[in-house]
Design a protein around this ligand. Structure first.
Ligand code: NAD
Length: 464
């Protein structure tokens, strides 16, 4: 696994302005596996200037050629798939099989959708006596989190490239090696110098400098609602566009006619995958009172089977945060049916948290309202559909969700009343071309597919 000691700016690895570094730690055994430079405002400024200088040329590049470069990027990701999976496992801690299938597999699929879209999208349309041009918004400042380190980078960079934008990426401090590997892939794919630039560094230093930089036209941020709010305020003051993909507290609503065992087992697997560090995880399971105890038993049994196989959480602070929420759940009167604040098995190294299930969770409890970002499931009881809807919609978030019913039309009718951006009906699979993003405080804007591409475009009308 290679760690570069410079920034990828203007098509080459260049020394950082300062000497500060970030140590990268393997969360499974707490060993340092590399270090990368911690960039500052000078590095960000150099990168933004490179992106600005490359903008006119890339924006004028025919969409078919932009599509060819994205397809080449996808092919490099395919060729380096094993290395991607190993790197994500080393710095995030997710089990290798999950890294191969999801952390490497999903970005390849997403890059593929944008190779197709860049070639086929109507960047020009007729509206009466006008021709409307969909033009690139300009220089994009992309700030990404660690939980799906490559997916979140590709979900911004691929549509930005397709639109004709240039980019400066500031990835999360916990997972910079995946970002450096991605920069190598961009280079190998023949993307012209300056079109994509990478500055590793700390959020409040490099991230903030990027969000505040006057040379950035759009800040596309994925991360916590707290940081998103600050970025939106900064961008708002500068009348700059933002796209925000923030936190979630999604509901998994199991209606009375559903296949209970399937709904519970898929629901538990959804929460435990990636050690619960998934913004769209269905962390609140809603079950009718008549089938409640049956569901609790099934969920406890399903969660207990995982043990430490889900992998650790990303760092010590995250482990303490998750344990704190588990203790709070107990203190507020929820019934702990499996797991708890102690590490699973006899793990004395690594940031492991036991897969945990709480029953008798009421909607006002902290664990039913706040994003935990760990392997913790809360099971809530409802009496009828209106009650279920009120609970499902009763948080500040609205990112995702699930509905299970015996009858698909019944599930769809319920899903249409949910205040959330994406709902899976009866366990349907992820669609990398469907718009992804939040209602309410889960965000502003959409990623993926044609809706994600639109975030990077602005319109110009010429009248004839
Ligand atoms: P975070 O907000 O702490 O960090 C995200 C990114 O922002 C990192 O690159 C970080 O360095 C940077 N950052 C931190 N402070 C900054 C500042 N003051 N100015 C500019 N940049 C700054 O979030 P995290 O802990 O890395 O990720 C977990 C959060 O991300 C969770 O809340 C999760 O729900 C959310 N998330 C949302 C989605 C989505 O699509 N909605 C996807 C994944 C994660």
């Amino acid at each position: 696994m290679k760690a570069h000691d410079g920034m990828y700016i203007d098509g080459a690895w260049r020394p950082a302005a300062g000497r500060d570094v970030i140590e990268v730690v393997n969360p499974a055994d707490e060993q340092v596996i590399g270090q990368v430079p911690a960039g500052d405002a000078t590095d960000v400024d150099t990168a933004v200037r490179a992106a600005r200088a490359a903008l006119a040329g890339w924006a004028a590049t025919p969409p078919a050629e932009r599509a060819a470069r994205i397809a080449a990027l996808r092919d490099v990701l395919v060729a380096r798939r094993d290395e991607i999976a190993e790197t994500v496992t080393a710095e995030l801690g997710s089990p290798l099989k999950f890294s191969e299938a999801v952390h490497a597999g999903v970005p390849i699929a997403v890059a593929g959708t944008y190779a197709t879209l860049a070639a086929s999208y109507a960047f020009e349309e007729k509206v009466g006596n006008s021709t409307v041009f969909h033009e690139p918004i300009g220089v994009v400042g992309a700030i990404t989190p660690w939980n799906y380190p490559l997916h979140q980078i590709v979900a911004k960079v691929a549509p930005a490239l397709a639109a004709g934008c240039t980019i400066v990426l500031k990835p999360a401090e916990d997972t910079p090696l995946t970002a450096q590997l991605f920069a190598e892939a961009v280079h190998e794919a023949g993307v012209p110098a300056g079109v994509f630039n990478l500055v590793t560094g700390l959020g409040p230093v490099a991230g903030q400098a990027l969000a505040e930089h006057p040379g950035v036209d759009l800040v596309s941020f994925t991360g916590s609602t707290a940081v998103g709010r600050r970025i939106a305020a900064t961008a708002g003051a500068a009348v700059k566009k933002v796209a925000l993909e923030l936190g979630g507290k999604s509901a998994n609503v199991i209606l009375p006619g559903a296949d209970l065992a399937k709904a519970v087992n898929v629901g538990v697997a959804n929460v435990m995958s990636n050690s619960g560090q998934t913004c769209s995880a269905w962390t609140r399971m809603l079950v009718h009172s008549e089938r409640y105890e049956e569901a609790v038993e099934l969920a406890a049994a399903a969660a207990a089977k995982y043990g430490d196989r889900i992998g650790p959480v990303v760092n010590a602070a995250q482990r303490e945060r998750v344990r704190g929420y588990i203790e709070k759940g107990v203190a507020e009167g929820a019934r702990l049916v499996t797991g708890g604040p102690e590490a699973p098995c006899d793990r004395d190294r690594g940031y492991f948290v036991s897969p945990t299930v709480f029953a008798d969770v009421t909607p006002g409890m902290t664990i039913a309202q706040e994003e935990i970002f760990g392997p913790v499931l809360s099971i809530l009881r409802y009496e009828d559909e209106d009650d279920a809807l009120e609970i499902a919609n009763g948080t500040v978030y609205g990112l995702a969700g699930a509905v299970w019913a015996g009858d698909e039309a019944e599930a769809v009718a319920f899903a249409r009343r949910m205040e959330t951006g994406q709902v899976d009906i009866n366990g349907a699979r992820f669609n990398p071309a469907a718009p992804f993003g939040g209602y309410k405080q889960s965000g502003v804007g959409r990623e993926l597919g044609v809706h994600g591409l639109a975030e990077y475009l602005q319109t110009k009308s010429l009248q004839f």
